[in-house]
Design a binder for this molecule. Structure first.
Ligand code: ATP
Ligand code: MG
Length: 336
């Protein structure tokens, strides 16, 4: 049996908040900084050949997890195997088999062409000189940049730069590719294009582990998704199975105008649907309701609002998304 592409057991990374001054250190004052677990016991098993996504809000611990896998951070506790290898014991072997595109290290040399950038990084990554040319051609082809290889990077669009950063990660011809927020900052067209490139990596038999806080991206691209929050996995399954955990067919967003107390109207709505979220700002109440049928719920909601002295200003009916799964698990929206 082959080892899973990535396996972690009870992975933990503890950080300190705030800073400790040099004086505190010299005087050997006790370290009173608050410690917290950015990654708080993550068990992962990514199978060979799948696209696996870590989905979670800002600060959930996604990048920290990726950095530990990529040998850039040492875990506080727990174990990791990358393609069966322990990165603490054999970091070089892990790095040789893993292509990583992490946020904050996407820098390319703008005054060089794409090909020159890749030549530079191939040398840096110890790609053997007799393989360099072929690897660069393949990496460029994999991200659809072959015809622009000799353009200066400073003339590239944001999407092209992102694709070149991906090509750089592919230089070692890695069986495992890890991508931290690969489409962040890209327009919809460039994001779609990058997602297509990622699907091609899977078609070539590679395993892809990526992070995102775009629920649509996790839904469309990933075979399986782990939803993480505060350093823990709160749900893990295929996107379809995760959405089935919401016992509703449809999601209705309502915006109500209301002057007085909103308890009565929420109580009425709660009898007909699951109120996943309600947020009051002055005279406006925003409600997200999960219901079996919007055709039944919406007219009843109008009646409920009227009898509670409120008016419905806006109604939107949408299918269940991973955002709703996150909401029902944590009571919060992904993007807050
Ligand atoms: N080197 C560090 N020292 C102290 N705290 C850190 C360090 N790196 C990250 N953190 C903290 O750990 C937590 C998790 O950060 P992480 O970057 O893993 O989140 P993330 O899920 O990638 O978020 P985002 O979606 O914003 O990229 C955050 O509270 C962050 O401030
Ligand atoms: Mg991050």
């Amino acid at each position: 049996m082959t080892a899973p592409a990535v396996e972690t057991k009870d992975l933990v990374k503890v950080f300190e908040r705030g800073r400790r001054t040099i004086w505190q250190r010299l005087r050997r004052e006790p370290d009173r900084r608050e410690r917290f677990s950015a990654v708080d016991g993550i068990d992962l098993r990514v199978e060979t050949g799948e696209i696996f996504g870590l989905l979670g809000p800002n600060g959930a611990g996604k990048t920290t997890t990726m950095k530990m896998l990529a040998t850039l951070l040492i875990p506080t506790s727990g174990s990791i195997r990358v393609l069966g290898i322990d990165p603490l014991e054999r970091p070089r072997d892990v790095r040789a088999r893993l292509g990583a595109m992490l946020s904050g290290e996407r820098s390319l040399y703008w005054k060089l062409t794409a090909r020159e950038n890749l030549e530079y990084f191939a040398a840096l990554y110890h790609v053997s000189p007799n393989q360099t040319r072929a690897r660069i051609e393949r990496a460029l082809a994999a991200v659809n940049l072959s015809d622009r290889a000799d353009d200066y990077v400073e003339r590239y669009s944001t999407g092209m730069r992102q694709r070149l950063a991906l090509a750089r990660a592919l230089l070692p011809d890695p069986p495992l590719v890890i991508l931290d927020e690969p489409t962040v900052g890209l327009d919809p067209q460039a994001s779609r294009d990058l997602r297509d490139r990622v699907r091609e990596l899977r078609a070539q038999g590679r395993t892809v582990l990526l992070t995102t806080h775009y629920m649509e991206e996790a839904d469309q691209l990933c075979d399986r998704v782990a939803i993480i929050d505060h350093g823990r996995i709160v749900a893990l399954d295929t996107p379809a199975a995760l959405k089935r955990t919401i016992r509703a067919e449809e999601v209705v967003h309502l915006e109500l105008g209301i002057d007085g107390d909103d308890r009565t109207v929420l109580e009425h709505l709660g009898r007909m649907a699951t109120v996943a979220r309600s947020e009051r700002t002055n005279g406006t109440l925003a409600v997200t309701a999960h219901c079996a049928s919007a055709r039944d719920f919406v007219p009843a909601a109008f009646d409920a609002a009227r009898s509670a002295g409120a008016t419905i200003r806006h109604v939107e009916v949408v299918p269940v998304t991973l955002e709703d799964v996150f909401l029902s698990l944590t009571g919060r929206a992904l993007r807050e």
